[in-house]
Design a protein around this ligand. Structure first.
Ligand code: HEC
Length: 104
């Protein structure tokens, strides 16, 4: 391998490590978002929460990550008459954190 290729590989490795570290360090807390965004006022999860929406205790087993992402971002994609608000202001990491919380 020539010097340039080695240097590029090193840069790429460094960038990858930074990306992973960044995601781990700044990964938001799904449980916190669930409460902050008031999901718990409508949904029961593991014995706690409201009843305007379905109990989410086992939703992580019934639904895939893509389905859950769509439901959270815009519930009307699954049910045009849905009373669940759209959470399209949430970032990718926040939605990921919510889903991993629901699947935990
Ligand atoms: C105003 C009440 C309300 C709030 C707040 C709310 N939801 Fe919902 N949600 C519903 C209702 C009602 C449904 C039933 C399906 C539909 O009409 O979309 C539902 C359905 C769901 C489902 C699918 C459940 C299933 O069994 O298929 C998921 C997952 C979900 N909500 C997650 C969330 C998350 C995460 C939040 C917070 C970011 C949230 N909801 C906030 C009312 C709400």
């Amino acid at each position: 391998m020539n010097r340039l290729a080695r240097k590029n590989l090193l840069l790429l490795g460094g960038a990858l490590i930074l990306l992973i570290a960044n995601t781990v360090i700044f990964m938001p807390d799904g449980q916190e978002i669930f409460v902050q965004e008031r999901c718990n006022t409508c949904h029961r999860f593991r014995g706690q929460g409201g009843a305007a929406g379905p109990d989410l205790t086992n939703v992580g087993k019934r639904r895939g990550a893509l389905w859950l992402t769509r439901q959270i971002r815009n519930a009307k994609t699954h049910n045009p008459d849905s009373r669940m608000p759209s959470y399209d202001h949430l970032g990718v990491l926040e939605v990921c954190a919510l889903i991993s919380y629901l699947k935990s």
